[in-house]
Design a binder for this molecule. Structure first.
Ligand SMILES: NC(=O)c1ccc[n+]([C@@H]2O[C@H](COP(=O)([O-])OP(=O)(O)OC[C@H]3O[C@@H](n4cnc5c(N)ncnc54)[C@H](OP(=O)(O)O)[C@@H]3O)[C@@H](O)[C@H]2O)c1
Length: 362
């Protein structure tokens, strides 16, 4: 699709001479301002490197969509890209001495303003959500393949709280963990962004769910549907008194040996992540050693990086629309408060998800 509009013939107003599609594109084009407000960082660091700046509105490349953002989600990935930690993040293409993408944020919900060439699934005016780049801004770009239409029954704040965390939880349980009805599942880190969805989805898949979190968040984990909860500040959920068919390891960075002690003889461990590793690699050797050990033991030891698929974003939205899943947005922040939102997340002060309200309808 080419967004360059032909000049109208003499004697006709531009609007009269346009086809409906050209007219829509013209409206969209006029709706794009040159400048926008965005959260911006020109160096790595803690939340104090973030400031609100007026910058150019990005233009979509082929296959991309420009979205007027209503709400943006925050997640641990946003924090890693802000801080540049572990250093491995910088080495895998995000910018060595400074972030290549100076506007943070991955999750978004909003309205399509204009589409790049080759985009056929979306058109200006569509309400969408999914995974983009630089989403903590008034406008952001996303690859069309990482977006889905927002169902009528899912509000914009909830939609912004789903994509990265929800897709990760879904893929950990279904694709990597091969969850089956009736299994006993332990979610380490059940109160966070990924964990809350993991608890809800594991219940949906027919498992009996135990969740591990800190003292003040145990009621929240029960509310999500966990059958049993453990407080990691006092309980040892891995002491071997209970055995699980599947452990989803999201927080705590427990040793592989300890996690295996709580697995049934042919159980599966899925390592999603965990904060607090060393500053160079983030402790990725835990994941690597699990992968290397797996062929030699009866347990399946797995790790993965989530695949940002629009089908899974859509599948989660359908579960939300049918009432199976809810987005626990505990806190929402104005754009100006975004640094505080990211600091709160990093300090463990958020239960479930936090989002940034940007558009008027959020
Ligand atoms: N593999 C992937 O593709 C992928 C995708 C997304 C995220 N991740 C990674 O997954 C991890 C979690 O992300 P998130 O967004 O869910 O983070 P989050 O919202 O900060 O949640 C962290 C969770 O870990 C829990 N936790 C902290 N210390 C613990 C301990 N000692 N024992 C058990 N649980 C503990 C927290 O509980 P309290 O809050 O109650 O303290 C919370 O439930 C991060 O390391 C992130 O980078 C990986």
């Amino acid at each position: 699709m080419n967004h360059t509009l032909d000049t109208a013939p003499a004697g006709t107003s531009p609007a009269e001479s346009m086809t409906p599609l050209e007219s829509t594109l013209s409206d969209a084009k006029q709706a794009i301002p040159k400048k926008m407000r965005a959260l911006f960082q020109d160096r790595y660091g803690e939340a104090d490197v973030l400031q609100i700046r007026e910058i150019d509105v990005p233009r979509p490349e082929p296959g991309q969509v420009l979205i007027r953002v209503d709400a943006a989600g925050v997640d641990r990935g946003t924090w890693h890209l802000m801080s540049g930690l572990p250093y491995l993040v910088r080495m895998v293409g995000f910018g060595f001495s400074r972030p290549k993408q100076p506007v943070p944020g991955l999750d978004l919900s909003g309205t399509v303003v204009v589409t790049g060439s080759g985009v056929t699934d979306f058109k200006p005016g569509d309400e969408v959500f999914g995974i983009g780049t630089g989403t903590i801004a008034e406008y952001a770009l996303a690859d069309a393949g990482k977006l889905a239409h927002r169902p009528v029954g899912v509000d914009t704040q909830s939609a912004a709280a789903i994509p990265v965390s929800g897709v990760t939880a879904l893929q950990a349980l279904r694709d990597v963990g091969d969850i089956q009805p009736g299994q006993r599942v332990l979610i380490m880190g059940a109160s966070g962004g990924v964990g809350n969805y993991a608890v809800q989805l594991a219940r949906h898949f027919g498992a009996s769910v135990s969740g591990v979190a800190s003292t003040g968040k145990l009621d929240f984990v029960r509310l999500l549907g966990a059958d049993r909860v453990y407080d990691y500040t006092v309980d040892d959920s891995l002491d071997g008194s209970q055995h699980y068919d599947l452990i989803i390891d999201i927080g705590g960075r427990n040793r592989i040996r300890a996690l295996r002690q709580a697995l049934s003889p042919t159980g599966t461990l899925v390592i999603v992540g965990g904060e607090g590793g060393d500053s160079i690699t983030g402790g990725i050797f835990r994941q690597l050693s699990a992968m290397m050990l797996s062929p030699f033991v009866s347990h399946r030891l797995r790790t993965f990086i989530s695949n940002e698929s629009s089908q899974d974003v859509q599948a989660l939205a359908a579960l939300m629309e049918s009432g199976v899943l809810f987005a626990p947005v505990e806190k929402s922040y104005e754009l100006e408060e975004a640094p505080a939102a990211i600091a709160d997340l990093a300090a463990g002060r958020v239960r479930g998800k936090a989002i940034i309200r940007i558009g008027e309808s959020a």
